[in-house]
Write a protein that binds this ligand. Structure first.
Ligand code: XIL
Length: 640
């Protein structure tokens, strides 16, 4: 086996339900106080014997839970935390992660024991407040059920600095809850392999290479380090820019009530903001995914009055809604992020079946994944053209418009897409085809689907259209729960074949985007479809696609010019520069380059302030030399 493909239980903190397990402890004696196999530094641990419960509180708001130390039950010693006075299911004891002790972008393992006074039930969950003040919740452990103490082991949690009030809490029922032996272990941050050739650099002259990410990925340092090294030329927001994240039901209904207008759905990008802020800060172009789709689109969007129990609206009203939605989508985005390069957009996603017919009318989900409410309202696929017309009208000129689909290499679908694309191209409202490329290596190259030949044929056909192609969601699955060398070997050979076919069409392809980076965080984690494993190590598939690829010459970073001594960049050298250097050294969290204080030193400021042994970073000697310069004890900076 290449590395340990252990599936980690990372709480993504973002509305993602985690499938972690809990261990019902039949009797306190069987509960082990140590969580097995967790390596790291214990940064907080309590058995409540000292009666101190100050690190815990209720969830805030109307939560009536009262937290105290109690000797009515315990696992170790005589005491435990008691959460009493719960009057709602959601009430409960909470531990806040962003409490100043735990740090953002760091992985923690949390373990504790819990027990209900009469019965142990409920859930362990997590919440945070986003940049717009909206609260988000996710369940970490569900269906807890035991008549005794239950051991919650090794919950992996992390958060980033665009989240506040990040809490882990116990909820469910209104029974009193006891908690004991609460422990937080800070895990070592794994290093990524720094010497590998960067995939995005290697192909920079051919096409953009990037990845999709979800908000939870932002809080993992090594994951983001892989992104910055290999996938930094384009980002797709994996879920948070889809209709169900963007369309705001309460606001739409409120707007309807106020104005009587139910053709103007209200939208919000609050869930996507952390990723978009990241792209803005790091100057990474964004692919918009997606405007019009049958899936991950709420049904109220298609109903009279935006009401859950409304009738389906007619085609005319839906067209007005579509226009207003697409208009608001682009206007809001470009207003919020004028500097982000939204260079591509999936206007319509997955509208054709594999055999090339429109989807069936009806509500998707519950085993009817194929159905579409767009078809319910329009009767057929006649919603596609207006979607592109509106997108062309309201998208920024630099934003290219794509039709995006999976199984895009299957004959029926391929032909339907080509016919549709030709007609949209004649009208000048489409720029390209998004080939999702969710592929399956299976157990041998012969069994792989599609075959490399079939995939290559689709590339040929789309290229003939004279439209741009983007590979939008590339991943290659292996047999389920079987991370064997043999399977990874097949995957690597198949990836190589597919990538060669892509490369052979590079003149028609402007971007190649993976649907994730590490297997454990993939939407198909149990089929290990990506280039890096859960330990952030490159898999054989990475090496196979990079085989024979020359490392592009590394251009040395241009040395920024320094304005020596002027650490605070106010145009003069004075005592405040020396002070800022000392602050940046003494309290980097507040005054360092990424410090929280608004007067923190900048990258340029740190270069300016480095006046002794230039290149060694800020030291006390730098602050001293600035003062010597002010006292005219040295005549020039940098000090020789
Ligand atoms: C997937 C996401 O990765 C999952 O997290 C989500 O639960 C379902 O959607 N085709 C697409 C993507 O266009 O939006 C889908 O993403 C994968 C298939």
């Amino acid at each position: 086996m290449k590395g340990k493909h252990t599936k980690k239980l990372i709480a993504a903190l973002m509305g993602v339900t985690m499938g972690t397990s809990y261990v019902p402890a039949m009797a306190p004696a069987t509960v082990s106080a140590e969580s097995a196999g967790v390596e790291g530094t214990v940064i907080y641990s309590t058995d409540f014997e000292d009666g101190d419960v100050s690190m815990f509180a209720n969830r805030g708001g109307d939560d009536t839970t009262v937290i105290s130390a109690s000797d009515e039950a315990s696992v170790s010693g005589d005491k435990a935390l008691l959460a009493s006075g719960r009057t709602q299911d959601w009430n409960g004891p909470a531990f806040q992660l962003d409490n100043g002790v735990l740090k953002p972008y760091t992985e923690y393992s949390i373990s504790f024991k819990m027990k209900g006074r009469y019965y142990t039930g409920g859930m362990v969950s997590m919440q945070y407040t986003d940049l717009d003040g909206k609260e988000h919740y996710s369940n970490l452990v569900q269906n807890i059920s035991s008549s005794d103490w239950v051991s919650i082991d090794d919950l992996r949690v992390s958060f980033h600095d665009m989240q506040t009030k990040v809490k882990i809490y116990v909820e469910g029922g209104q029974d009193d809850i006891f908690i004991d032996d609460f422990k937080v272990v800070e895990l070592k941050t794994p290093e990524i392999e720094k010497d590998l050739v960067s995939i995005s650099d290697a192909f920079a002259k051919d096409f953009k290479v990037g990845t999709a990410i979800t908000v939870g990925d932002l809080s993992s340092k090594p994951f983001m380090a892989l992104l910055e090294k290999h996938f930094n030329r384009t980002i797709t927001v994996g879920n948070e820019m889809k209709p169900d994240s963007v369309l705001d039901k309460e606001a739409s209904q409120a707007y309807f009530e106020e104005t009587g207008d139910d053709t103007t759905p209200q939208i919000s990008f609050s869930t996507a903001k952390p990723i978009l802020n990241y792209c803005q800060k790091n100057d990474i172009p964004v692919r918009i995914h997606t405007l019009v789709w049958h899936s991950q689109t709420p049904s109220w969007f298609f109903k009279e009055g935006f009401a859950d129990d409304g009738e389906w609206v007619d085609k005319e009203k839906m067209l007005q809604r579509m226009e207003n939605y697409i208009k608001a989508y682009f206007e809001t985005l470009t207003e919020l992020y004028p500097d982000v390069d939204f260079y591509a957009c999936d206007v319509v996603n997955e509208a054709w079946t594999d055999s090339g017919t429109p989807r069936e009318a009806g509500e998707p989900g519950n085993g009817n994944y194929e159905k579409s409410l767009w078809v319910e309202v329009f009767g057929d696929n006649s919603f596609i053209e207006p979607a592109f017309t509106f997108a062309r009208e309201y998208a920024p000129k630099s934003c290219k418009l794509y039709y995006n689909d999976y199984n895009e290499y299957m004959d029926g679908k391929l032909n339907a897409i080509i016919t549709m694309a030709k007609s949209l191209k004649e009208k000048g409202i489409i720029d390209g085809i998004g080939m999702q490329s969710h592929l399956d290596a299976r157990q041998s190259l012969d069994a792989a689907f599609p075959s490399v030949g079939m995939y290559n044929n689709a590339l040929d056909k789309y290229a003939e259209l004279g439209l741009d192609i983007q590979i939008t969601e590339l991943d290659v699955t292996t047999p389920e729960n079987a991370p064997t060398d043999a399977n990874f070997d097949v995957q690597a050979k198949y990836y190589k074949g597919i990538f060669d076919a892509i490369y052979a069409h590079k003149d028609s392809i402007s971007a190649v985007i993976w649907w994730g980076i590490t297997d454990d965080k993939s939407w198909r984690a149990n089929k290990y479809p990506l280039l890096f494993d859960a330990e952030y190590k490159a898999k054989e598939s990475y090496y196979s696609i990079m085989e024979g690829v020359e490392a592009p010459p590394v251009e040395p970073d241009p040395q920024p010019e320094a304005d020596y001594g002027d650490a605070n960049e106010d145009g003069t050298v004075n005592l405040s520069d020396a002070i800022l250097v000392l602050q940046a050294i003494g309290n980097p969290d507040a005054y360092g380059e990424n410090g929280t204080d608004k007067s923190h030193i900048t990258k340029q400021g740190a270069i300016n302030g480095d006046v002794v042994n230039v290149g060694d970073g800020l030291t006390n000697s730098d602050a001293l030399a600035i003062q010597e310069y002010l006292l005219k004890l040295v005549s020039e900076l940098p000090k020789k």
